[in-house]
Design a protein. Structure first.
Length: 163
């Protein structure tokens, strides 16, 4: 159903392919957590970038929430869409970016899994954490706090399973 919704909203094909790759990575991460809501992760991962059917700017998360709400998705899915950018956006960062002022930092396990899976997919290819850090250092002014949140997410969701 989510793929059909992406198509219906005229989401670009490359974004749909990216969303499928994020879904695959999210399910891989979720497999390490017995308490993860896999259905919620599926919906959130596939719909996280639906707002890119309207804009490719930072507001695509907010646009995505509006679209998903229109189709009756619940708050849990809307929160994944809204909080998936990077390792989250703090209130002060939101203000600086011109977003409605509030925290966009992932809170639940499912939100964290989708956000981090999104970090680890570039286009539709899987990348490692070093790739993400280098990209963020190039793109994000004063990226240290963002990178710290990224590494914390990676530690929580990935690293301790590799030990």
């Amino acid at each position: 159903m989510e793929i059909e919704l992406l198509v219906q909203e005229e989401t670009p094909e490359n974004v749909i392919e990216h969303s499928k790759a994020v879904y695959k990575k999210a399910m891989e991460i979720a497999s390490h957590f017995d308490n993860a809501d896999k259905d919620l992760i599926r919906k959130g991962a596939l719909l996280h970038d639906i707002g890119r059917s309207r804009t490719h700017g930072i507001t695509h998360a907010i646009e995505g929430v509006e679209i998903a709400r229109k189709y009756g998705y619940d708050e849990d899915v809307l929160n994944i869409i809204e909080r998936h950018i990077g390792a989250g956006i703090t209130e002060s960062e939101a203000k600086n970016l011109g977003l409605p002022v509030k925290s966009y930092v992932p809170q639940t396990l499912e939100e964290k899994i989708v956000a981090h899976a999104d970090n680890l997919i570039s286009g539709s290819e899987e990348v490692d954490i070093d790739f993400v850090i280098k990209k963020w250092k190039r793109r994000i002014k004063d990226s240290d706090d963002n990178i710290e949140r990224l590494l914390k997410l990676d530690e929580e969701l990935i690293k301790h399973f590799e030990e």
